[in-house]
Design a protein around this ligand. Structure first.
Ligand SMILES: C[S@@+](CC[C@H](N)C(=O)[O-])C[C@H]1O[C@@H](n2cnc3c(N)ncnc32)[C@H](O)[C@@H]1O
Length: 269
């Protein structure tokens, strides 16, 4: 999920992300991604835009003490949660457009889960990924499909747009598989392939998801960017209550459930 800068500065937002979103929304895809790249004992793994570190942590669990894992993110607040959760992983603060790697450092596996869509220069970031991948190494990059294909998030954006005007949601802004594949081929990767994966997401409690999603939408809108913190908080509250009927549409006895889909591109060095 995009973390709007005003929310990122609140110490608790990355904790909320970890507490409410990671297990239901990000871990299932981390598991699928690491299946795809087939980890082997001793692998060095790089998780770019690691956030609170779910891909790195799943890799650590699968590799045990063998291998070496590095997670890089631009947000020190996200990394603080990552560090507290898994102190044995090498967490580094840095930008995907200029990866903080040691001289000639390379990895058998490079993964970037739902991060590429936020990078200001995707060509440079892809070149950085290519440089970080060791000969014969495996790359996996995922980006959500456009939200026009995800009725749940499209409907929530529709409610927010009543208050804020049109919103370009960065989270779903790089959803075309052909563009993702072309970016990786142009960066010099081989065997570039992508698949669309869909899955039902289940949340026992939809309220935190709705609030964080609304905060993200407000933070990404031109109107929200022009507001002060109090105005933003008020509009978040309004949108959250107006979104009730959408949430009801997706509610069942165990909470809420909706379909979500992503591109998963894989390639080799
Ligand atoms: C939706 S989160 C995904 C986090 C993690 N990969 C996961 O699956 O939970 C996107 C992450 O991208 C990070 N990010 C955005 N722009 C970045 C950049 N230029 N370089 C590194 N990280 C970046 C954000 O700080 C955020 O942690």
């Amino acid at each position: 999920m995009t973390l709007p800068s005003y929310a990122m500065n609140q110490a608790t937002f990355p904790e909320m992300y970890e507490r409410w979103l990671v297990a239901p929304l990000f871990q299932p895809w981390a598991d699928m991604t690491l299946e795809e790249v087939r980890l082997s004992a001793g692998d060095r793994v790089l998780d770019i835009a690691c956030g609170t570190g779910i891909v790195a942590r799943v890799a650590r669990k699968r590799l045990g003490e063998t291998g070496y894992i590095v997670g890089i993110d631009v947000s020190s607040d996200m990394l603080a949660v990552a560090r507290a959760t898994a102190p044995d992983i090498d967490w580094r603060e840095g930008n995907a457009n200029a990866l903080p790697l040691h001289n000639g450092e390379q990895f058998a596996v490079v993964a970037c889960q739902q991060g590429l869509q936020f990078f200001s220069d995707k060509t440079v970031a892809a070149a950085q990924m290519r440089r970080a991948l060791a000969p014969g190494g495996r790359l996996a990059v995922s980006t959500w499909r456009p939200d026009d294909e995800i009725p749940f998030f499209r409907a929530l954006r529709g409610v927010a747009e009543h208050y804020l005007g049109p919103i370009t949601d960065l989270r779903y802004s790089f959803g075309e598989a052909a563009s993702l594949e072309a970016l990786l081929r142009d960066a010099g990767f081989k065997d570039v392939r992508s698949r669309v994966l869909s899955r039902t997401m289940r949340f026992a409690d939809g309220a935190p998801l709705l609030r964080m999603n609304t905060m993200a939408l407000v933070g990404m809108s031109a109107a929200g960017k022009a507001m002060d913190d109090q105005q933003r908080k008020r509009v978040v509250d309004d949108i959250v209550s107006e979104s009730g009927p959408v949430m009801e549409l997706y509610a069942d006895r165990s909470g809420i459930a909706f379909e979500l889909s992503t591109n998963l591109a894989t390639a080799r060095a």
